[in-house]
Design a binder for this molecule. Structure first.
Ligand code: MEV
Length: 311
């Protein structure tokens, strides 16, 4: 079985979405691919090594959740840098879960999204379903706290409800800048949780991020790039207040802004990536490189998970 899944970037609402506030994410054209064969006379292996908890946490959990004991030989290939904020863990999880469910003849988009969220939650702890749902569905996803247009499915966990919707996204020209500093999502989510729990100002900031996300829907529909960029800048200020920026991210964002409609941290932050919306992808890529980052000119992936071959 061969299956693949894209990476993602969050346009608006990271961190706030953990508390049930709205967020918008898109799948992008970097993919993770898994090749799976039954391995009857041996044990579970990943890229030629025995599968282990430390290196293959998401793969192992996916097997526990949807497969069982029958040994498999797994080979992975990924274009997504790990701990970059581009959803590398969601991408490998969805590629694995979709392949395993397809081997059982039980794959459906909703089931893959649910099971992949279960895997992510039990591996990394507190999270929202935005990454796994976006990577499963492809294109654009709006997560909100109530049913809106183009509703896909609802996911609940720990008293929070997330309504997942398809959202039409215009052909955005995006550049992602990787700081080269790993941004561990669980650590950043925990940092924001402490701030959120003890500080009412942090709760106001999270509320405001949710409002910015909802305000972005109309400009996205109307392809109003200056307005989308302005909202990205405002979202970035609030993420900085939440304490998830990093000096390298700030430097790349400042450099990219000269040629962009807007730029912001994307994903969990604390390292990881920034994102710029621009008409001048080459200029922005150069500015990010000069600021010490690794640029990726990305486009939106219409395709979410894909079963590529069923041998
Ligand atoms: C990570 O890509 C996005 C966060 O909001 C965490 C989550 O929603 O699970 C930081």
């Amino acid at each position: 079985m061969i299956s693949s899944a894209p990476a993602k970037v969050i346009l608006f609402g990271e961190h706030a979405v953990v508390y049930g506030k709205p967020a918008i994410a898109v799948a992008i054209n970097l993919r993770t691919r898994v090749y799976i064969e039954r391995n009857p006379k041996s044990s579970f292996t990943v890229n030629g090594w025995p599968m282990d908890d430390a290196h293959h946490a998401y793969i192992k959990k996916a097997i526990e959740e949807v497969w069982g004991e029958e040994p498999l030989k797994i080979t992975t290939e990924s274009e997504v840098p790990s701990a970059s904020g581009m959803g590398s863990s969601a991408s490998i999880t969805v590629a694995m879960v979709s392949a395993l469910l397809a081997m059982k003849g039980k794959d459906s988009e909703e089931k893959i999204a649910r099971k992949s969220f279960d895997v992510e939650w039990s591996t990394q702890g507190r999270a929202s379903p935005i990454d796994t749902s976006t990577v499963t569905h492809g294109q654009g996803i709006l997560v909100s706290f109530k049913k809106e247009r183009n509703f896909l499915w609802k996911i609940e966990r720990g008293g929070t409800e997330w309504y997942i919707h398809h959202v039409e996204i215009p052909p955005l020209r995006l550049v992602v800048g990787f700081s080269g500093v790993k941004g561990p999502t669980p650590k950043m989510v925990e940092k924001v949780r402490r701030f959120y729990t003890w500080n009412s100002f942090a709760r106001d900031v999270i509320e405001e991020i949710g409002k910015i996300t909802m305000a972005a829907l109309e400009p996205l529909e109307n392809e109003d790039y200056p307005k989308i960029g302005e909202l990205m800048d405002r979202n970035n200020k609030l993420l900085t207040i939440l304490g998830v920026s990093h000096p390298k991210l700030k430097k790349m964002i400042d450099a990219a802004r000269k040629h962009s409609y807007g730029a912001k941290i994307t994903g969990a932050g604390g390292g990881g990536c920034m994102l710029a919306l621009t008409d001048e992808q080459d200029e922005v890529a150069r500015a990010i490189r000069e600021a010490g980052g690794i640029p990726f000119k990305v486009s939106i992936s219409k395709q979410g998970y894909r079963i590529e071959s069923h041998l």
